[in-house]
Ligand binder design. Sequence first.
Ligand SMILES: Nc1ncnc2c1ncn2[C@@H]1O[C@H](COP(=O)(O)OP(=O)(O)OP(=O)(O)O)[C@@H](O)[C@H]1O
Ligand SMILES: [Mg+2]
Length: 293
Amino acid sequence: MALQTHEVIDLGSSLAKALQYVNAWKRKPVVVKLGGSVLAGEDQGTLIEDLVLLKGVGVDPVLVHGGGPEITRILERFGKESRFVNGLRVTDDETMEVVEMVLAGRANKAIVSMIARAGGTAVGISGKDGKVFQAHRLAPELGQVGEIDIVDTSLLTLLSSGGYIPVVASIGIGEEGESYNLNADTAAGALAAGLGASKFILMTDVRGVYRGGNDNKALVSVLRMGEAKELIRQGVISRGMIPKVEACLEAIDAGVPTAHIISGTIPHALLVELFTEEGVGTMIVRDDVHANA
Ligand SMILES: Nc1ncnc2c1ncn2[C@@H]1O[C@H](COP(=O)(O)OP(=O)(O)OP(=O)(O)O)[C@@H](O)[C@H]1O
Ligand SMILES: [Mg+2]
């Protein structure tokens, strides 16, 4: 049955808008951080398929991932308990070996496989490869937890322009070639800044930033930088949401136009967030930007 005229007008305007965005973002990197909680779930929904579609129309997704839950599981198997200070995993040498094995090995290659299954071609690397994330020790009591000094994007640009989807595990390299455990949100934000990404997107297990913390699920659809800092100060944004919002602030400070926190499990959430004005999650913008920019 043919569409009604008003349906044609609605669909047509959505399609035109989407294609305008596609044209504007061609050959520009979009950095997407995949949350461990998204990857640990049984069903990644349409997320990987959406990333392959984006690559197909000429937008260059670059993925960064963590793998917290899996690291904890494997450490448990070795009889090692996980300890966190301010949300950062205390990383002694033995823990660092497991972190590297799990992140750069299993977790990274699992994503590469999912992309292959969806019809794309990915290259999985750790942030040590190509010295993407150059880091130093953050604090002696945290062991091998690293803080990023320099982001070298040359390998990623090479991979993207060669038609590959780069998948980067959040591990850094030190001056002596030693490994550092990096918070994946922070690493992704630094990468979005370094690449001059047109978008920075964090896929997680909640719809975005909730106004009342976890109990009151009122979603904030547009969050200005100043307000974001205020919500952190008030404790409304807490735990795992803090490094996400801070990574968004860093990326925006460095000139990335908008950063988005969205659910990895809503079908096509990524496409709707990228290609519609309303979006599905939380969009973080500079203080001087209007709501539907
Ligand atoms: N204001 C808030 N709005 C929404 N979620 C919040 C808020 N404050 C804290 N959170 C918590 O932040 C969590 C998301 O961060 P979390 O670190 O758990 O996920 P992730 O980063 O996607 O996964 P991983 O750290 O394993 O890579 C939510 O599940 C929620 O419990
Ligand atoms: Mg997290």
